[in-house]
Write a protein that binds this ligand. Structure first.
Ligand code: FVH
Length: 286
């Protein structure tokens, strides 16, 4: 139990999960949502339901914004900026790194302490050991409220750059989206043979899990820029990916997802790197 007075702005699926977890952990929480009436369960569980953003901010020492996006954070906080002076603002809204940095500058200009966070969890995971939240920005703010933040999930401070947590968040999410899209592509191919997505998933989970073990090896090549390869060089990968493109077409599956990977490999080969390792395709991206 901590004695911090927390205010949660935004009672979507995530805001509700955060507020409920604070209450379960014995933290006093005031809650507010743009659309009225979404606080009923939380109020029944002990939260103070604020009738306005201004009232919600007045009640809180630490203000947590968990809104839709960067624009909604400004739409909510700009009108009450003078009241935020001297308060501590933690932004858990998914904002792009530059947007988090902009919020940090805005907060600084108005005398508001600011910490940004990236939630690496879905609402049902909040408050469980599977939940992790990455933070960056004001370290003193993080340390002062670490115990409260730990109620939500593992709390990790990454550095002073207020955009760093969001950069990690969005980089991890990019991997997630491409992984899911890869699964959809494979499932579409398998459906051409009447295999259900459920059946395909049974094989895809252990396969992708095993393949993820290759990340550290790729990372070593990327960090050192040593792309020498004894086997499975880019010309080998080109043949493999082109075969997947053909197999996709034969199965009547659109190549929108796989074709760009073939294109990255082709460009590297055209640039004279056919004997290099697959990891060299990162040079087409950065
Ligand atoms: N849900 C998840 O799995 C992910 C996990 C990782 C982090 N994200 C981010 O968390 C932010 C909130 O997500 P959410 O799941 O709570 O989202 P919704 O259920 O759609 O609720 C959105 C809330 O934002 C309010 N809102 C929207 N626009 C405005 C605005 N212009 N001014 C004030 N509030 C606004 C909305 O209010 P209302 O529509 O009920 O009036 C909801 O409270 C988000 O950044 C995720 O990317 C969640």
């Amino acid at each position: 139990m901590t004695n911090t007075q927390v205010t949660v702005l935004g009672l979507g699926a995530m805001g509700k999960a955060l507020a409920a977890t604070f209450l379960t952990g014995g933290v006093s929480a005031t809650v507010w949502n743009r659309t009225a009436g979404r606080d009923a369960e939380l109020v029944a569980a002990g939260a103070v339901g604020a009738g306005s953003v201004a009232e919600a901010i007045d009640n809180g020492e630490v203000i947590i914004a968990v809104l839709l996006d960067h624009a909604s954070v400004h739409q909510t906080l700009d009108p009450v900026v003078s009241q935020l002076r001297g308060k501590r603002l933690i932004n858990l809204t998914s904002t792009a790194p530059e947007e988090s940095r902009e919020l940090a500058r805005w907060a600084d200009e108005h005398g508001i302490e600011f910490l940004d966070g990236g939630i690496m969890a879905v609402p049902s995971m909040i408050g469980t050991p599977a939940s992790s939240i990455l933070y960056s920005g004001d370290k003193a703010l993080f340390e002062a409220h670490r115990a409260t933040l730990e109620l939500l999930g593992t709390a990790e401070f990454l550095g002073d750059d207020p955009g760093l947590a969001a950069l990690y968040d969005f980089s991890l999410l990019s991997g997630m989206y491409m992984m899911f899209a890869g699964f959809f592509h494979g499932a579409a191919m398998m459906s051409s043979a009447g295999v259900s997505a459920q059946e395909f998933a049974q094989r895809a989970v252990p396969w992708v899990t095993a393949m993820a073990q290759g990340f550290p090896g790729y990372a070593g090549a990327i960090d050192s820029r040593d792309y020498s390869a004894e086997v499975q060089h880019l010309e080998f990968q080109q043949a493999a990916v082109n075969a997947i493109v053909r197999a996709s077409r034969d199965a009547g599956v659109a190549t929108d997802l796989i074709a760009p990977i073939a294109e990255l490999i082709d460009r590297q080969i055209r640039a004279g790197h056919g004997a290099a390792a697959f990891a060299r395709t990162i040079e087409e991206l950065r």
